[in-house]
Design a protein around this ligand. Structure first.
Ligand code: FES
Length: 126
């Protein structure tokens, strides 16, 4: 049912944890199942320099959060804003159709967190 990459990230999720001096702390929930992702971002000069998270969710939510953290780490904000749930699924070698919604959690958290950061720092919304 799951690809080897999904299983690997589920068993060994990357970048799990918290950032004490995070620039962004954001909680996102998936209403259909009640799973929750708490995201921490450290941002320096338009680059995501650190990503951590706590995930309370299904195996696919754990794997997609893990790969999303790897895809975001070290990347410019505008590049991360272009990430889609399909990119996350593709990076994991695919997701079962009924688990595609799980990848939305990580993408939504990243996009919302970055937009809040840009609004708070005055880089957009003026
Ligand atoms: Fe809730 Fe996967 S079933 S995020």
């Amino acid at each position: 049912m799951y690809s080897d990459m999904v299983k690997e990230h589920f068993r060994n999720p990357r970048n799990v944890g918290e950032i004490d001096d995070a620039d962004v702390i954001l909680q996102v929930g998936e209403p259909s199942c009640g799973d929750v992702l708490l995201l921490f971002l450290k941002i320096d000069r338009g680059i995501i320099t650190n990503v951590k998270y706590r995930i309370f969710g299904c195996g696919a939510a754990i794997a997609t959060s893990s790969i999303a953290s790897e895809l975001a780490l070290g990347k410019p904000l505008d590049e991360v804003l272009k990430l889609t749930d399909q990119d996350i699924a593709d990076a994991l070698g695919g997701l079962p159709e009924d688990k595609m919604h799980c990848s939305v959690l990580a993408v939504t958290a990243l996009h919302t967190g970055i937009m809040r950061y840009l609004a708070a720092t005055g880089e957009i919304g003026q």
